[in-house]
Design a protein around this ligand. Structure first.
Ligand code: SAH
Ligand code: SF4
Length: 446
């Protein structure tokens, strides 16, 4: 979501007459987009901003990168909303700070700073509808598109609703127009963004226009949006993230089956496998309900890729709770997983509970789950050896430029030798020869 917001800001600044430079050391204006979902994320953003301000003022250590050109330093995003005016206690010489739903104001703030102002603070309210959301730089064949802002779920540990505000679904007509414009500029793959993206249109269904009739008879907003986007010429793949199991309806599964552009991958954060912990977290599903959602997706396509987020060391998480998470991950057969060590966030319900799992134990649980996932990832990928997969070409592989890589519909990284001339953003068929925990290796078949 932050990557997307940054990209919009960049496009807005370019439209306002600014120029993008190749690297940070040449930039006169640097804006740090902050995350506050965990304490460490916020510290990194604030620390980076502090270094930039030191560079601007010509002080600091030699270790620091040479940001000799920097004249204006701004901070945007979730940490600004969390800290409010406190941000200037940590960063007294910051030029401007702007919260997440107000990034459209940035070109104007930059003008004010150029005119000599500093210390400007702009905080959006919880229902604010951002401007500038449709701005795109388009430097790739892939693009993010925000469809749902904010979150009303209020999971016990999570600061997102406090900083990103209330849930708001963008009008379908606006989203369709944005994706159509992207496709016209060569975008082949879009990823629709929302904290609980399958709730699109649930809070404000009026946004689904009557001039977007459903040929397939879909009644739910999100499948209807997928249907409308599927019809866009030139667009080849539609992804979306993140999902909540309550959104895995029969209509969603039907949309996966009916619309080949909709990739068969779902990022479905589970957080814990223990019913007791899930209840405390306020996740509103049980272990059994979660597993039923995964089973439904795999029943329709056994190769359907499911990935997840897990938190280890939630207050009061016992060894038995942790083992329940371990066994759930095995039963769900995740294709990939992100594991996070619990970090108390100010103002959340769980911050009032003692953070009683020791850091070393959180670390151990993290390592155990990651090791399990390596074995599981390898086993799941091994089932794909011999299959031919459609891969959208991304370019030379990062590790070995003699090889190229891309992704299949399940978002799996596929590496192959570029035997024929390849164009980034086009599809090739690759027969899988080798499986690794995180990648597949294969050969192009004509
Ligand atoms: N809206 C998404 C999650 C957004 S936050 C969802 O509910 O699925 C991304 C991930 O950060 C979460 O899935 C969770 O695993 C992790 N996370 C959120 N708050 C956290 C905290 N206080 N400590 C550790 N991890 C956290
Ligand atoms: Fe946070 Fe829960 Fe909302 Fe996800 S659904 S953003 S974890 S409150």
């Amino acid at each position: 979501m932050n990557v997307r917001d940054s990209e919009a800001v960049e496009a807005l600044l370019v439209a306002a007459g600014h120029e993008k430079v190749a690297n940070e050391a040449e930039a006169e204006l640097v804006i740090v987009n902050s995350c506050t979902v965990r304490d460490m994320a916020e510290r990194k953003a604030v620390g980076k901003c502090g270094n930039l301000i030191a560079a601007k003022e010509g002080r600091g250590k030699a270790r620091r990168p040479a940001n000799a050109a920097v004249k204006i330093v701004g901070l945007m995003g979730c940490a600004v909303k969390r800290m409010g005016a406190e941000v200037f206690k940590h960063l007294p010489n910051l030029d401007f700070a702007v919260g997440p739903r107000r990034f459209g104001a940035i070109p104007r703030l930059v003008e004010r700073c150029l005119a000599g102002e500093k210390g400007i603070l702009e905080l959006p309210d919880d229902d604010e509808v951002p401007t500038g959301m449709e701005a795109h730089g388009v430097t790739s064949f892939q693009s993010y598109v925000t469809v749902l802002l904010g979150c009303d779920n209020r999971c016990s540990y999570c600061i997102v609703p406090d900083v990103r505000g209330h849930e708001y679904s963008r009008p379908a007509r606006e989203v369709v127009a944005e994706v159509r414009a992207l496709a016209a500029r060569g975008v082949k793959e879009v990823c629709l963004l929302g904290q609980s993206v399958l709730r699109y249109g649930v809070r404000n269904p009026a946004w689904l226009p009557d001039d977007l009739p459903s040929l397939g008879g879909y009644t739910e907003a999100f499948p209807r949006l997928l249907e409308a986007l599927s019809a866009i010429e030139g667009l080849e793949r539609i992804r979306f993230t993140s999902a909540h199991p309550k959104g895995c309806t029969d209509e969603l599964v039907r949309a996966y089956a009916e619309f080949p552009k909709v990739c068969r991958h779902l990022h479905l954060p589970v957080q814990s496998g223990s019913d007791r912990v899930l209840k405390e977290m306020g996740r509103r599903y049980t272990r059994a309900e979660y597993l039923a959602a995964v089973a439904k997706l795999r029943a329709f396509d056994p190769e359907f890729a499911v990935t997840t987020d897990v938190i280890v060391g939630y207050p009061g998480e016992t060894e038995a709770d942790f083992e329940a998470t371990r066994s759930l991950m095995e039963e769900a057969g995740f294709d990939n997983a992100f594991v996070f060590k619990y970090s108390p966030r100010p103002g959340t319900r769980s911050a009032a509970l003692p953070d009683d799992v020791p850091t070393a134990e959180k670390e151990r649980r993290d390592q155990v789950l990651l090791a399990d996932q390596q074995v599981r990832g390898q086993a799941r990928n091994a089932r794909l050896v011999g299959t031919v997969r459609e891969v959208l070409v991304e370019g030379p592989s990062l590790r070995n430029a003699a090889r190229w890589s891309g992704r299949d519909g399940g978002n799996r990284i596929v590496v192959f030798e570029p035997k024929v001339p390849l164009v980034v953003g086009t599809s090739v068929m690759v027969r899988i020869a080798e499986a690794h925990p995180q990648i597949l290796i294969g050969e192009i078949v004509v």
